[in-house]
Design a protein around this ligand. Structure first.
Ligand SMILES: [Zn+2]
Length: 221
């Protein structure tokens, strides 16, 4: 029963390449997963995301037991499992992006300094440091992700999730961009944070923002 999982392989490998090419991970850092039913497709431990192959990905069940694949799954498997158990996630992306990791090293949160952060839930919390690969780290991340699809990891990096790998990747890219904006803003002043009323209005608008809108007179395809 790997049919559903197999349909995710190409997209996961493409995401790995993109993360490496855009500098969101270096070397063997970072790991990615996607879910189909009660199976997860995850990057293998020690893999360089720039070069990971479709047939090197590991298939595990929701208890983390290896079901298929030639290599052991990522050492951050407890983190991925905890996110799937706690949230309605179709994919999880864990990276060490430079700007996000910088902010995670000094701040308690990325404040909501830009309206697009509301698509991640608003301000993004920094989870306290815990050793990589541990259940303790997984628990701190689940706490930080409450009502959010992104979290920063103190002394470590970032994690995002989404309905599918495209959504989880977009969340990681937005988070890294916003952290860069925040760092630049802090360098030249005190960043202004969106107030409650501004957030409410944007949250309502974002519910439909980005979806194609048909011109009323356009003929059906
Ligand atoms: Zn990591």
């Amino acid at each position: 029963m790997t049919e559903g999982i197999d349909s995710l392989r190409a997209g996961l490998v493409q995401a790995c390449r993109e993360l490496a090419q855009t500098g969101l991970v270096v070397g063997s850092a970072g790991n990615v997963s996607a879910r189909a039913g009660d199976r997860l497709l995850v990057t293998p431990t020690g893999a360089r995301l720039a070069a990971v192959a479709e047939d090197e990905l590991a298939v595990v069940d929701l208890d983390g037991t290896l079901v298929d694949g030639p290599l052991l799954p990522t050492s951050e498997l407890p983190l991925h499992l905890a996110v799937y158990r706690s949230f309605d996630a179709g994919a999880v992306v864990h990276t060490h992006p430079p700007m996000a990791t910088a902010v995670a090293g000094v701040a308690d949160e990325l404040p909501c300094i830009h309206y697009t952060l509301l698509s991640l839930g608003g301000n993004v919390r920094v989870a306290p440091y815990a050793t990589f690969g541990t259940d303790e780290l997984a628990a701190t991340i689940v706490d930080a992700l409450q009502e959010r699809t992104a979290a920063l990891m103190g002394g470590h990096g970032a994690v995002t999730y989404g309905a599918d790998i495209a959504a989880a990747m977009a969340a990681t890219q937005l988070l890294e961009w916003a952290c860069g904006v925040y760092v630049h803003a802090c360098a030249c002043g005190t960043p202004r944070v969106l107030d409650d009323q501004q957030r409410r209005v944007v949250a309502e608008a974002l519910a439909t923002y980005g979806a194609p809108v048909r011109v009323p007179s356009a003929p059906l395809p």
